[in-house]
Ligand binder design. Structure first.
Ligand code: PLP
Length: 390
């Protein structure tokens, strides 16, 4: 059996007629950049997310960059980021000549650890970028409390978490000053190229984001500000409009797949329960945990990735590959270990939980169209690896 990490072809075929006609509609219109198709997409996404303003942009990375520009982050400002995330989270800070300040992550959720966050605040700190990693909200009550206490901006990196909820049904992207999303094809809501979104509930910020998206000219060709080209194409908007009504169904399937993995791992005695943080005889693998899942606060994890931590990770990956199962490592190198950030003199021992995750984490296929047979095969292949010590 073959189990790819992601199979976008299946999703495309399931919506082929609608997607094809949406593409043709754009071709007929010959209106390629921003315009009515993009405005409709923005309105539909604002409704979906429950926010006042949503603006389509060129990518998730540009969403983050634009957000920081709108908040006037500049040279010498410090911006706090989790050290364990996709590169863009820290890259955008450094690109503005500001200083990314790294914080360790929580060993259960992989999200920024509030207890370490507060210690990193200085007089130069301007903003915090919590990342909702793998599709689960960061602990926003604590992040917002800390931000308020120190008068800091909050930019949510929700690139992997569109539709995820923190609690009480409120979707990520509504907690900070600006929310950022990505429509890269491998995200839960993916377009046919690069695309992204910024969200806010503040009308002044929305206006500034809108102007900076088109080089900062308002009116056109008159510049009080220096922005960039952060525009999204109509083709991407048209694709997103077809896919959006299916997003919650797809995310629910990912959640169902996660719970099937979970029960099968327990059945095979590879793990005792979710949320463990150390290996032992009963826990050859450490299962991810959707925190608060059962506590009534409605944390809603959308599983953009399903990541385990395992002993002998690299050998297991090879074993999976030999059995036609794809996996990936998100992420092998935390920011504080990246060569390009050594000028900041980060201290490796400050980040034990991120280091542990980087060394043991593995992402398994979790996409909505996976079958029960495929998941059963993945778990059995992993069980063989541990029990037969291959
Ligand atoms: C994908 C991703 C981004 C960047 O999005 P792009 O659309 O690829 O530029 C930023 N942050 C995180 C956490 C991501 O996963």
């Amino acid at each position: 059996m073959n189990v790819p990490l992601l199979d976008l072809k299946q999703q495309y075929l399931s919506l082929k007629a609608e997607l094809d006609s949406a593409l043709l509609r754009v071709a007929e219109s010959q209106h390629f950049i921003l315009g009515p198709e993009v405005e409709r997409m923005e309105q539909e996404l604002a409704n979906y997310l429950g926010c006042n303003y949503a603006l389509g942009v060129s990518s998730g990375t540009d969403a983050l960059l634009l957000a920081l520009m709108a908040l006037d982050i500049r040279q010498g400002d410090e911006v706090i980021v989790p050290t364990f995330s996709f590169f863009a989270t820290a890259g955008v800070v450094a690109r503005l000549n500001a200083v990314p300040v790294f914080v360790d992550v929580d060993p259960v959720t992989f999200n920024i650890a509030p207890k370490d966050l507060e210690k990193k605040i200085t007089k130069k700190t301007k903003a915090i970028i919590p990342v909702h990693l793998f599709g689960q909200s960061a602990e926003m009550d604590e992040v917002i409390r800390i931000a308020k206490a120190h008068n800091l901006y909050v930019v949510e990196d929700g690139a992997q978490a569109i539709g995820a909820q923190y609690k009480d049904g409120k979707k990520v992207g509504n907690f900070g000053d600006i929310g950022c999303f990505s429509f890269f094809p491998s995200k839960n809501l993916g377009c046919f190229g690069d695309g992204g979104l910024v969200t806010t509930n503040d009308n002044m910020l929305a206006e500034k984001l809108r102007i900076l998206r088109v080089h900062g000219g308002e009116p056109k060709y008159y510049h009080k500000m220096i922005g960039g080209n952060f525009r999204i194409d109509a083709i991407q908007a048209a694709v997103l409009r077809v896919k959006l009504p299916h997003l919650d169904g797809w995310s629910q399937k990912r959640r169902d797949n996660a719970s099937l993995y979970h029960s099968l791992f327990l059945e095979h005695n590879l793990a005792a329960e979710e949320g463990k943080t150390e290996f032992d005889k009963k826990n050859k693998i450490l299962l991810p945990k959707a925190v608060y899942q059962n506590s009534g606060t409605k944390n809603y994890h959308i599983y953009n990735q399903y990541c385990l931590r395992v002993e002998r990770r690299d050998a297991l990956r090879t074993h999976l590959a030999e059995n036609n199962i794809s996996s990936e490592i998100y992420y092998p190198v935390p920011f504080h270990r990246q060569e390009c950030f050594q000028y900041l003199n980060p201290k490796d021992s400050e980040f034990p939980d991120s280091n542990f995750s980087a060394e043991h984490i593995i992402a398994l296929p979790i996409y909505p169209e996976l079958t029960r047979e495929q998941i059963t095969y993945v778990v059995k292949t992993i069980a063989d690896f541990f029990t037969k010590n291959v």
